[in-house]
Design a protein around this ligand. Structure first.
Ligand code: ADP
Ligand code: MG
Length: 643
C-alpha cells in the first residue's frame, strides 16, 4: 500500500515536471522511481510464477512494462505499473468487503452480558466469561448475549437476525433462545446453555467463513480459464509482433501494438468475476437465515430438478398430539395408554412425545420401563411390569386382522398416524396421533413449482393412507410411504437417476442417510439442532418452509450475476483486443479501460449484497415479499431481480 502510494506520487510528480518545466531528465528520473518502487512487488510475483511454470496475468503485465521500457516509452511503463497495482488493491478491497459483510452478523451479539450474581445484583461481564449454568438478565430491547433457556420472566423474542424466523416468538420459562436475538418488552432471566463459541450464531459465522474460503467450483473455473487464456493472449501478442512487420508495419509499431494487446488482456476481471459473486451471495444468504456451505452448493441449488421432502417435522409440524386410544380384549383404555407411554418414555420420536404427553395430560401414572430399545423407523420395545411390550408401525398381518384392521383403517382415514401396542403377539391397543401440516407447506410447494422444479415429492416412513392424503393436500407430484430409513436412501438414489439433481429436505436428524445420498442435503430448523447445522449442505436456520424457495431464488440470482460478469468481461476484453490490434489505443488508455471494466464487474458482484425480491421478508406482514402469482414462469424472477 505504501509503495503503491509512493509510486503514484512519483508518477504524478513526473507528469507535472514534464508539463511545467519541461525538464525531460528530471521527469524521466521520477518515472523510473515510480517503476522501481511500484514494480518490485509485481516483478517478484511474476518471477515466482514463471519459476513454477505458470503464466499469470502479472507475468503479462511485467512483460508489457519491460517491453515499454525497451521501446523507450518509460512514462507509459510507469503508468502500467501504477494503474495495475491500483487495480489489484481495489480488487482486494472488494473481496474484503464481500467477506466482511459477515462481520455484520458478528456484531449481532453484544460483547457483554448482565450476569446475575446475587438476589438483586448483576455484574457486567464479557460474553466469553459466561458458562453454562450462569443466569443473565436481559432487559427490554436488548440483544441476547448467548444461547440459553428462559428461567424467569415473559417477553417476545425476535430471532429473525439469527435464524430468519419471521415472527417473534413468545418467551416464557423453558423457552430456548439464541444469542443475537432481540428481546421485546419484558425482562428475562436466561440460563446460559452453551459456551459463547458454541452458540448458533458463532457457528453460523464460522461456517460462512469456511464456505467463503472453500469456493472450489468457482476457483476451478478460474484456474481452468487462466490456464488457457493467459498463454493464448501471450501467443496472440507474439503473433502480432511477428506478423505486423510482414504486413509492412514498422517493427517498433508492431511491438507496441503487441504490448497493448498484452495489457488489455491483463484483466483480473475475468478471473475474479465468479468468486466475487459467490462470496457475496453466501454472505447475503447468511443474513436471511440461509446458510450455504460453499460455492458448489450454491451452484447446485440453482440447478435442482427435483425436491424430496421428509414428512414428519418437515412438511408437518412434527409435534403430533394424541388423538385416540382403541383398546382390545379386556385391556382398559387408560391402562393401555399408560403402558404405551412407559415404553415410549425412552424414545425421542415425535410419536413417542405425543403419547407420553397425552398420558401425562390425562393424569395417568406411567410405570417404569426396563430394557427399552428403539427400532429406528419401526418402533420401540421395552419390558413394563414384567410384560414384554412393543409399540410401532402396523404390520400387514395387523391390517388383515378384523378388529385391529378396522381400527387402523378408521384412524388413518382421519389422517392420523396409528401405531399398535402389543404384548408378544397379542395386540393390546391402537394408538392414534395426529400431526398438523405446516401452514406454509402448500405455498412453499407451489412456489417451488413456479420456480420450475419438475418434481416435488415426499418420502415417509408413515403409512400409505396418511401419506396419500398429505400429498394430495399439498399438491405434491408423488410420494413414497412406509419407507424404512434405508429405503429412503434407496429412494433418493433412484430419484437421482431419474430426474437429475435432487435435493432432499429433512430435519437433519433421523434422515441423515437419505440426506447424505442426495446431491444437496437441505436441513430445516437448523438453529435448533446441532447435527443439522453441521452436516447439511444448505442449512435453513428458521423452522419455516418458505426459506427453501428463497434459497433457490438467491442461488439463481447469483448464477445470473455470474453469467453477467463473465459475459461482460469477455465482451470488454474482446473489444479492447480488437482496438489494440487496430492500433487505436495507447498502453495507458488500454489499461485504464481494462481496470474500469474490472471495477464494473466487482460492483455488479457486490450488488448481490442487496436482498433480492422474495428472498427476505416484508417486516410489516411477516410474509415473503414476493407474490407467487407473479412468478408464474421461472425466468421472471431472475431478470426482475437483476434489472
Ligand atoms: P417419517 O418418515 O414420517 O419421519 P419415521 O421413519 O421416523 O417416520 O417412522 C416411520 C414409522 O415408524 C412411523 O410412522 C411409526 O409407525 C413407526 N415408529 C417409528 N418410531 C416409533 C416410535 N418411537 N413409536 C411408535 N412408532 C414408531
Ligand atoms: Mg422423520
Amino acid at each position: 500500500m505504501v509503495t503503491l502510494a509512493v509510486a503514484a506520487v512519483l508518477l504524478v510528480a513526473g507528469l507535472v515536471v514534464e508539463w511545467t518545466i519541461h525538464s525531460e531528465p528530471v521527469a524521466l528520473a521520477l518515472f523510473w522511481g515510480a517503476i522501481l518502487t511500484g514494480g518490485a512487488y509485481p516483478l517478484r510475483s511474476a518471477i515466482r510464477a514463471v519459476r513454477n511454470k505458470r503464466l499469470t496475468i502479472t507475468v503479462l503485465l511485467v512483460v508489457a512494462a519491460i517491453g515499454a521500457i525497451a521501446l523507450g516509452v518509460v512514462e507509459e511503463a510507469a503508468f502500467l505499473v501504477v494503474i495495475f497495482s491500483l487495480g489489484e488493491a481495489m480488487e482486494a478491497y472488494a473481496t474484503d468487503k464481500a467477506r466482511g459483510s459477515i462481520s455484520a452478523l458478528m456484531a449481532l451479539a453484544p460483547p457483554t452480558a448482565n450476569l446475575i450474581t446475587s438476589a438483586e445484583g448483576t455484574e457486567t461481564v464479557a460474553v466469553d466469561r459466561l458458562h453454562p449454568g450462569h443466569v443473565v438478565l436481559v432487559r427490554p430491547g436488548e440483544r441476547l448475549p448467548t444461547d440459553g433457556t428462559v428461567v424467569q420472566g415473559a417477553s417476545w423474542v425476535d430471532a429473525s437476525p439469527v435464524t430468519g424466523e419471521s415472527v417473534p416468538v413468545e418467551a416464557t420459562t423453558g423457552t430456548e433462545v439464541f444469542g443475537g436475538s432481540l428481546n421485546g418488552n419484558g425482562v428475562l432471566h436466561v440460563q446460559v446453555t452453551k459456551e459463547y463459541y458454541d452458540t448458533v450464531l458463532a457457528r453460523v459465522i464460522e461456517q460462512v467463513e469456511e464456505a467463503q474460503a472453500n469456493r472450489s467450483g468457482a476457483e476451478r473455473f478460474a484456474d481452468k480459464f487462466s490456464a488457457v487464456y493467459t498463454p493464448a493472449m501471450f501467443i496472440l501478442a507474439i503473433l502480432v509482433a511477428v506478423i505486423l512487420p510482414l504486413l509492412g508495419f514498422e517493427w517498433r509499431e508492431a511491438i507496441y501494438r503487441a504490448l497493448v494487446v498484452l495489457v488489455v488482456s491483463c484483466s483480473c476481471a475475468l478471473v475474479i468475476s465468479v468468486p466475487v459473486s459467490v462470496v457475496t451471495a453466501i454472505a447475503r444468504g447468511a443474513k436471511d437465515g440461509i446458510l450455504i456451505k460453499g460455492g458448489v452448493y450454491l451452484e447446485r441449488l440453482a440447478d435442482i430438478k427435483a425436491v424430496a421432502f421428509d414428512k414428519t417435522g418437515t412438511l408437518t409440524r412434527g409435534k403430533p398430539a394424541l388423538a385416540r386410544v382403541v383398546p382390545f380384549g379386556d385391556t382398559h383404555e387408560d391402562e393401555a395408554l399408560a403402558l404405551a407411554a412407559a415404553v415410549e418414555a425412552g424414545s425421542e420420536h415425535p410419536i413417542a412425545t405425543a403419547i407420553v404427553t397425552g398420558a401425562r395430560d390425562r393424569g395417568l401414572t406411567v410405570p417404569t420401563a426396563h430394557h427399552a430399545r428403539a427400532l429406528p423407523g419401526t418402533g420401540m420395545e421395552a419390558t413394563v411390569n414384567g410384560r414384554a411390550l412393543h409399540i410401532g408401525r402396523p404390520s400387514d398381518a395387523d391390517r388383515a386382522h378384523r378388529e385391529l384392521g378396522r381400527a387402523l383403517a378408521q384412524a388413518e382415514a382421519e389422517g392420523c398416524t396409528a401405531v399398535v401396542l402389543r404384548e408378544g403377539t397379542q395386540p393390546l391397543a391402537v394408538v392414534a396421533v395426529a400431526d398438523q401440516l405446516r401452514p406454509d407447506a402448500k405455498t412453499a410447494v407451489a412456489e417451488l413449482r413456479s420456480l420450475g422444479i419438475d418434481r416435488v415429492m415426499m418420502l415417509t416412513g408413515d403409512n400409505d393412507t396418511v401419506a396419500r392424503s398429505t400429498a394430495q393436500a399439498l399438491g405434491l407430484d408423488d410420494y413414497r410411504a412406509e419407507l424404512l430409513p434405508e429405503d429412503k436412501s434407496t429412494a433418493v438414489h433412484e430419484l437421482r437417476e431419474k430426474y437429475g439433481v435432487i435435493a432432499m429436505v429433512g430435519d437433519g436428524v433421523n434422515d441423515a442417510p437419505a440426506l447424505a445420498n442426495a446431491d444437496l442435503a437441505i436441513a430445516m430448523g437448523a438453529a435448533g439442532t446441532d447435527v443439522a447445522l453441521e452436516t447439511a449442505d444448505v442449512a435453513l436456520m428458521a423452522d419455516e418452509l418458505d426459506r427453501l424457495p428463497a434459497a433457490i431464488r438467491l442461488s439463481r440470482r447469483a448464477r445470473n450475476n455470474i453469467k453477467i460478469n463473465i459475459a461482460l468481461s469477455l465482451a470488454v476484453v474482446a473489444v479492447l483486443i480488437v482496438a489494440a490490434l487496430a492500433g487505436w489505443m495507447s498502453l495507458t488508455i488500454g489499461l485504464l479501460l481494462n481496470e474500469a471494466s474490472a471495477a464494473l464487474i466487482i460492483l455488479n458482484g457486490l450488488r448481490m449484497l442487496r436482498p433480492g425480491r422474495g428472498e427476505t421478508r416484508n417486516p410489516a406482514t411477516g410474509k415473503t415479499a414476493s407474490t407467487p402469482a407473479r412468478e408464474d414462469h421461472p425466468g421472471t424472477d431472475l431478470n426482475g431481480a437483476d434489472t
